[in-house]
Design a protein around this ligand. Structure first.
Ligand SMILES: [Zn+2]
Length: 464
């Protein structure tokens, strides 16, 4: 049956206006004033903002790491939906010694039938053999036009500069985009050993062993390699001032460099890692949380377009039984935090209501630009005739306090525990089907579909 959303205010990345939206067969088919359609279920959006479904381009769901595994699709996709996110692009990893497609198939099997929202995958390249380079065109044709490489995690995921060059060159030929974790893994390994030798085993030393310089250096090196290849590059989870400055300079040169930060780098400081009784372990993620000056710099970088996307880097490990693996050695703490559920409401509260971002810019950085960069636009990331009816009704005055006890994420703590927020999604539609009503999940696991994404997208505009 058709649906007609009436009396709301549509907010896209560029416009804010009052109009009705007619939905048929999962798509937006008409937008206009006073649409009357007798044959449609009417949804009243009085007093609500109507936003495109949020896109989270950076999640790690049901992902094995260090002998343990992150929270599963059945909880995290529901938490995402309630938070207004209708599509995630999750990180699959190439198993060592196997093909890229092996990695994608493993991740697809876990998501299929278990996800409440749409999903795509990036493929993390861990072992770039010649046959793997030859596999890149196939993987792109399968709808996976984004590859991820790691400059950190020595003796595990870390790749060398030559491998980065080869990955960028092969990706460029196919119109794919390389995403990079920028931290100098070799130096981190050395600094970690020094900490342990000095008996500095607590969570705080995770941050001490990963100073901003290791991120700044790797960011500069990654951009330099991309510049030599002439390829676009997406820098994930930028955590501070100097790396943002390096990105700003690269953009000023006209290089096709794109960058993301995450809610925790915008809202939490390094002091969280000092919490007693190993509580600091809850905040161990890489790059680490940093001082206030970096937070200020990141908000400025969002404002001036140096950073254009805000992904959650949701990578949820329980405190009990998982984070605790590193109780006596911070190197063994599984890296990652949460953010899939409250990304929109946190950015509305601390970005829009504090005057740091306009509503349109928030929509742009949480939905439209990620959709463009990830090859999902214009099916997703906007409200337009012909787009998927992935739609969020947002009550801009709804007050909430974030707490693990009321969260839908499948973990036993919340990095944002006690944060008071204003504004929350009330109703969410996925390709026209209502999956959240009055803040309650009413969809089904399996409503989500794998989304094939397009190559030669937005990031190739200036180099085609
Ligand atoms: Zn990540």
């Amino acid at each position: 049956m058709k649906k007609l959303i009436k009396n709301g205010t549509i907010v896209t990345s560029s416009d804010t206006y009052e109009a009705d939206i007619l939905i048929e067969s999962g798509k937006v088919v008409q937008i206009g004033r006073n649409i009357s359609e007798v044959d449609a279920e009417v949804v009243d959006a009085t007093g609500k903002l109507i936003l495109p479904g949020m896109i989270d381009e950076h999640t790690h769901i049901e992902s094995p790491f260090g002998g343990t595994v992150t929270a599963p699709w059945k909880t995290e996709s529901v938490a995402a939906a309630i938070g207004g996110t209708t599509t995630v692009v999750d990180f699959a990893l190439q198993p060592k010694g196997k093909t890229l497609m092996d990695g994608v198939d493993r991740w697809k099997q876990r998501a299929e039938g278990s996800s409440a929202i749409d999903y795509g995958f990036h493929i993390g390249v861990t072992d770039l053999r010649d046959d793997v380079i030859e596999e890149i065109p196939t993987i792109v044709k399968e709808g996976i036009p984004t590859l991820k490489v790691f400059m950190a995690y020595k003796n595990d995921l870390m790749i060398d500069d030559a491998t980065m060059y080869k990955t960028l060159a092969a990706a460029k030929d196919e119109g794919a985009l390389v995403m990079v974790h920028c931290e100098n893994g070799d130096l981190i390994s050395l600094l970690q050993e020094k900490c342990i030798e000095n008996n500095q085993t607590e969570p705080f030393y995770h941050a001490v062993s990963r100073p901003i310089e290791v991120e700044t250096e790797a960011t500069y090196r990654a951009i330099s390699i991309a510049e030599i290849v002439g390829a676009p590059l997406f820098i994930v989870h930028v955590s501070g001032d100097e790396p943002a400055e390096v990105i700003r300079a690269a953009k000023a040169k006209g290089l096709p460099i794109y960058a993301e930060t995450c809610p925790h780098y915008l809202l939490l400081t390094i002091d969280e890692l000092k919490k007693p009784n190993f509580e600091g372990g809850k905040y161990v993620c890489s790059p680490p949380l940093r001082e206030q000056r970096h937070i200020d710099a990141l908000w400025n970088a969002l404002k001036d377009g140096t950073i254009e996307a805000i992904g959650s880097d949701h990578c949820a490990f329980n405190f009990n039984g998982q984070k605790e693996l590193g109780k006596d050695d911070f190197r063994k703490i599984p890296n990652g935090g949460n953010g899939i559920e409250h990304r929109l409401t946190l950015l509305h509260t601390h970005g829009v209501l504090e005057g740091k971002l306009s509503l349109n810019k928030m929509v742009d950085q949480l939905s439209t630009t990620p959709a463009k960069v990830m090859g999902l636009f214009p099916a997703k990331g906007t409200i337009a005739v012909g787009s998927d009816a992935d739609i969020v009704l947002f009550d801009p005055s709804k007050q909430q306090t974030i707490s693990q006890s009321t969260s839908h994420q499948g973990l036993d703590y919340d990095m944002f525990e006690g944060f008071e927020t204003t504004g929350a999604p009330t109703d969410v539609f996925l390709r026209g089907k209502q999956i959240v009503k009055n803040g309650q999940f009413i969809g089904q696991l399996g409503d989500g579909q794998f989304v094939r994404r397009n190559a030669f997208g937005y990031c190739y505009d200036t180099i085609k």
